[in-house]
Design a protein around this ligand. Structure first.
Ligand code: ADP
Ligand code: MG
Length: 346
């Protein structure tokens, strides 16, 4: 009798489970591959400096909705999120490649808008566009950016370098990009898909800016360098810090404790989330797309960063047996669950 092979639905694995299954037993063989799969960027060495490489893909209908996403902002964001991964390695981005798949519904003018955003990000972050690929698509717009950066071997900060009792820090504020997304979803009907009709978003509300035009934290990487603080581990916050802090803990075989009252959420975010009936803590932990830097530092570096007004100390690393925990405002300890963005979960 025919044995029917059991097929595994992707939703059973989730994004990280899938990557693990596809690549978990793969071992790179070249000596120049210092770090392959598993961090914000790969680390390659061809000489004195190491080269950092990171790729992200944005798919219409999955990552963005063109009824409210101006193409210029989309181009900017596609570059920004990749540069964020290079900064998360404590590197300096230098070049990008851009690959697009477009359907016939797009005009030259629409794609020029996309590229205006790409070029703006290139200027702002001093990177060169050096190539890419263009093809057609039947499912809408797909845009994939690869960023290349450099660092000295000593400067690179991996996800897995945290040590017990290290302090967990995050730059900027959390939850605003998610609040911005919810506002856009709510206002969706008001926007037109015509690129010429798209609303001018310059100077608009902070929450929309955070969703539509995220800025990677080059300034934080530079500040840490000036303060002579080298994080022990670092990741950029793309999926929500609950998920991202677990990556750091898992990578180092440690546990972690996060304090709810230390999570940096702006008043404007708080107010808007209230109207939307979303718990600010949930948005801060799981909203995602903040593109802030989440990093761990030694306790001995506490004095150097404690007065920095754009860095919050939100918790510390524990031994693995402690697990992942959140201490609420009232002092209750609960498990820190990752409910963040996962491309493949239903
Ligand atoms: P980030 O959120 O920082 O962009 P991801 O979570 O997307 O990182 O990816 C985690 C790691 O898995 C990275 O090293 C990435 O290069 C690798 N990766 C993701 N998708 C694939 C794939 N389809 N094949 C090989 N490696 C992948
Ligand atoms: Mg990343």
């Amino acid at each position: 009798m025919d044995q029917k092979r059991e097929l595994t639905p992707l939703s059973a694995l989730g994004e990280f489970g899938l990557i693990g299954r596809l690549t978990g037993s793969y071992e790179p063989s070249r000596p120049s591959t210092i770090k392959g799969i598993g961090d914000d960027a790969a680390v390659l060495s061809y000489g004195e400096k190491v080269v950092l490489v990171s790729t992200d893909i944005l798919v219409e209908g999955v990552h963005f909705d063109l009824t409210y996403y101006p193409l210029k902002h989309l181009g900017y964001k596609a570059v920004a999120v990749n540069l964020s991964d290079i900064y998360a390695m404590n590197g300096t981005p230098e070049q990008i490649t851009v690959t697009i798949a477009v359907s016939s519904r797009f005009s030259l003018e629409a794609l020029e808008e996309l590229y205006n955003g790409i070029y703006l990000a290139c200027r702002n972050y001093n990177v060169d566009l050096i190539g890419g690929d263009t093809t057609s698509s039947k499912i809408g717009l797909v845009i994939s950016v690869t960023a290349l950066g450099t660092a000295t071997q000593d400067d690179v900060v991996y996800r897995d370098g945290a040590r017990e009792n290290d302090l967990i820090c995050v730059s900027g504020d959390l939850g605003a990009a998610y609040a911005g997304l919810l506002i856009l979803e709510r206002e969706k009907a008001a926007f037109s898909a015509d690129p010429n009709m798209q609303p001018e978003l310059e100077g608009m509300d902070y929450l929309l800016q955070r969703q539509l035009k995220p800025e990677p934290r080059r300034d934080i990487v530079e500040t840490l360098r000036e303060m002579e603080v080298k994080p022990t581990a670092m990741i950029d916050v793309s999926d929500g810090i609950a998920s991202d802090v677990r990556h750091i803990a898992k990578g180092a075989n440690l546990g972690c404790v996060i304090y709810e009252d230390k999570l940096p959420v702006f008043q404007a975010t708080w107010d808007q989330l209230g109207i939307l009936k979303i718990d600010p803590t949930t948005a801060a932990l799981n909203g995602g797309e903040d593109y802030e830097l989440l990093f761990t530092i030694r306790q001995s570096d506490f004095e150097k960063i404690k007065d920095h007004n754009d860095i919050s100390i939100i918790g510390y690393m524990t031994e693995q047996a402690e697990g992942y925990h959140l201490i609420s405002r009232s002092g209750t300890k609960t498990e820190l669950k990752a409910q963040g963005w996962d491309a493949l979960r239903e």
